[in-house]
Design a protein around this ligand. Structure first.
Ligand code: S3P
Length: 435
């Protein structure tokens, strides 16, 4: 089989230790929500530490195309002056780039506006399933059509009616699309979810002045509510932090401090898993802003090193973005990792189960692939290899971490994909790696 690699490469040399302190760029999920809601709000929203990733730039680009004014200041802060509840008709199709979050969440915001919208994305996004948002939005009365289940999406906006919808898959993007639409529908919309997914939309809506009610497994929102601009500093991205925490977990003498990190409980399962995997984690200086917890995390290792992890059910759903890197470090652990109930990994920016398995094998690891997960035995020795990121940012970064304990250099193909969520990744990795 011939492998065709995506454009730029990055060579990762093995490291002896991971040491130091970092402050990470803003959380991708929160940045998307602030950008989209600011675009629809009245007034000017000011955002510091906004995600530097290309994905969140797609959200800003879309709201700008819908009439919001977006300004990037020299100090890195972003100002968004919203359309006060009325998006204008865009001239061109709305380009969501590689970002499933942009495409799915903005569909919910657009469905009630009296214009026609076309949403497009890159090759990877155009393969990802969109029926999951079309169905509930259509139940609310939206006129929305897909192309064979995917983007391009066409939305003929119009009045919506509140519904009670139970999500068949755990997805914060689907939940957000439904409650964003519900905020502009008549009556009340209730979204039930069997597994509690990240709740940044609920926190962001409240921050922008919207009232909603949350029970253990549902969110209810009444239509006709207005959004009002906010000032906020976006917490550091815990999914980006995962690469550094997992890198540090590979070295018995590691000492890593991450400041200003987002620690929303619906995102922080990683800290529990790493703790039971053998890491010592302390959380300091915990504060709350706009319903989001922010703190300092310090990771050191116990002398016995990484043990093992068995992830399934709710934990797999809550750790969905961290599973590639947890799998990538598993060969170096004592007992390995077992992951199940993670079928959603197959419909992310790439088929992450297949690519993790393929790249681990390229490094000489034994791995068993399942429809909904992976088994990666521990106690293995890996060698440097050529890694195919498949243009997927989390695969490129996960295998840069695996490379730190491999024998020999590793070449990451399609390394530039890290910029989708984390353009500073390779520079920051160099900063904390002792070689
Ligand atoms: C996200 C939700 C998750 C996650 C994605 C970001 C969000 O996707 O994988 O990276 O910001 O809501 P799903 O909602 O499809 O699970």
């Amino acid at each position: 089989m011939t492998t065709v690699f995506a454009s730029t490469t990055q060579t990762i040399r093995p490291a002896k230790n991971v040491l130091g302190s970092l402050r990470l760029p803003g959380d991708k999920s929160i940045s998307h929500r602030y950008a989209l809601l600011a675009g629809l709000a009245s007034g000017t929203t000011r955002l510091r530490n906004f995600s530097t990733g290309a994905d969140c730039a797609s959200s800003l680009g879309c709201v700008a195309a819908l009439g919001a004014k977006v300004l990037r200041n020299d100090d890195g802060s972003i100002e968004v002056t919203g359309v006060a509840g009325n998006f204008s008709a865009p001239i061109d199709p709305l380009d969501c780039g590689n970002s499933g979050s942009t495409m799915r969440m903005i569909s919910g915001l657009l469905a009630s506006h009296p214009h026609t919208f076309t949403l497009i994305g890159d090759e990877s996004l155009s393969r990802r399933p969109m029926e999951r948002i079309r169905k509930p939005l259509a139940e609310m009365g939206a006129n929305i059509s897909l192309t064979d289940g995917h983007a391009p999406i066409t939305i003929h906006g119009g009045p919506l009616t509140g519904i009670h919808y139970t999500t068949p898959i755990p997805s914060a993007q689907v939940k957000s699309a439904v409650i964003f639409a519900g905020m502009q529908a008549s009556g009340t919309t209730t979204l039930s979810e069997a597994i509690r997914t990240r709740d940044h939309s609920e926190a962001a809506l409240r921050a922008f002045g919207v009232t909603l009610t949350r029970t253990k497994d549902s969110v209810s929102i009444t239509g006709g509510q207005q959004l009002h601009a906010i000032e906020a500093t976006v917490p550091g991205d815990i999914s980006s932090a995962a690469f550094f925490l997992c890198a540090a977990a590979l070295f018995p003498d590691a000492n890593l401090v991450l400041d200003g990190l987002g620690m929303n409980p619906t995102r922080a399962a990683l800290l529990d898993v790493l703790t039971s995997y053998g890491a010592k984690i302390s959380v300091l200086n915990l504060e709350e802003h706009h319903g989001e917890l922010i703190g300092t995390v310090q990771l050191t290792m116990s002398p016995s090193g990484l043990t093992g992890a068995d992830l399934s059910g709710v934990v797999s759903a809550q750790l969905i973005d961290e599973l590639p890197v947890l799998s990538a470090i598993a060969p170096y652990s004592r007992d390995g990792i077992r992951i199940r109930d993670a079928k959603e990994l197959r419909v992310k920016e790439s088929d992450r189960i297949a690519l993790v398995a393929r790249n681990l094998r390229a490094m000489g690891a034994e791995v068993t692939e399942y429809d909904d997960g992976l088994d990666v035995p521990g106690g293995q020795t890996l060698h440097g290899a050529e890694i195919d990121s498949g243009g997927d940012h989390r695969i490129a970064m996960a295998f840069s971490v695996a490379a730190l304990r491999a024998q020999g250099d590793t070449i990451i193909h399609g390394a530039e994909s890290a910029s989708i969520s984390f353009p500073e990744f390779y520079t920051m990795l160099d900063q904390v790696c002792d070689r």
